[in-house]
Design a protein around this ligand. Structure first.
Ligand code: KIV
Length: 291
């Protein structure tokens, strides 16, 4: 039977002497496990996922937290930015990731325009991600400006991951994707944003594209974990967009990306070989043929 996330963790689920993934064997990772990992000083990895098949691979590989990011816009749905992504799309993609996984905490991203109007709008759409897709938490962008919405969601029982620094939904306001938090005033604002979302009840904070020293300072000053992307090695966790991490992305990737595989070449070569064998008449061979 699954342990309730509301009951105190017991026995081997307590997380003592275990890693975030290894310590939980009969249920999904919860935000309480994540809080315990910060107390243990355990660093953990988060990847994005947009479909059941890929999410299942990451779940089996031991990735404890999967983010159905609105980066689906440019990494999965063919848009140039995350701005056009809709709630209906996020619900569909998030539901697929939940169906494809057993262990990971699945976090559904709130797309542009789904929470900025009011805390009530944020609540309405967060409830859709939880009820229709089955996610265990939501993520939204913004520091002080999003604090009231985060507070309402948390009060209503919705775990919220905040996202500050470079917030890609503001790409048109930023005029691109510049590093954030450079200079005294910007650094102080980043610290104020981090403290505001923690105070509002966020269980973790994504820090995107900020100088490593500043990210480490924020991490030290927060009781909740920070999740870095382009924020150096001093954060509690790291997230990468899976298509960047696995080498599926065409063209240049940001400086902070490490490519752990070259899936674009692997898949391209497989497709070319298939087409060549069909052309040559060597596929299907007898072993692929019914008698
Ligand atoms: O949408 C996304 O994938 C994200 C991560 C890069 C943090 O917000």
């Amino acid at each position: 039977m699954n342990a309730s996330p509301l009951q105190p963790a017991q026995g081997k689920d307590k997380g003592e002497g275990h890693t975030l993934y290894g310590g939980v064997t009969n249920r999904r990772v919860t935000v309480r496990d994540i809080a315990a990992a910060k107390q243990r000083g355990e660093k953990w990895a988060m990847l994005t996922a947009y479909d059941a098949l890929t999410a299942g691979v990451f779940d089996e590989a031991g990735i404890p937290v999967l983010l159905v990011g609105d980066s689906a816009g440019n990494c999965h749905l063919g848009y140039e930015t995350t701005v056009p992504v809709t709630m209906d799309q996020m619900v569909m993609l998030s539901a697929a990731v939940v169906r494809g996984t057993r262990r990971a905490l699945v976090i559904g991203d709130m797309p542009f325009g789904s929470y900025q109007e009011s805390p009530a709008q944020a609540m309405h759409n967060a409830a859709r991600l939880m009820k229709e897709a089955g996610v265990g938490a939501v993520k939204l962008e913004g520091g002080e400006r999003s604090a009231r919405s985060i507070e309402l969601l948390v009060e209503a029982g919705v775990p919220v991951m905040a996202h500050i620094g470079l917030t890609p939904q503001s790409v048109h306001a930023f005029g691109g994707y510049p590093v954030q938090g450079r200079g005294d005033e910007a650094a102080h604002q980043l610290l104020r944003d981090a403290k505001a979302v923690q105070q509002a009840g966020a269980f973790a904070v994504v820090l995107e594209a900020v100088p490593a020293e500043l990210a480490a300072q924020v991490t030290e000053q927060l009781a909740v974990p920070t999740v870095g992307i382009g924020a150096g090695a001093g954060t509690d966790a790291q997230v990468l967009v899976w298509t960047d991490m696995a080498g599926m992305t065409a063209g240049r990737v940001p400086k902070f990306v490490k490519q752990y595989a070259d899936l674009r070449s692997v898949l391209g070569n497989a497709a070319r070989e298939f087409a060549a064998e069909v052309g040559a008449g060597t596929f299907p061979a007898p072993e692929h043929t019914f008698k």
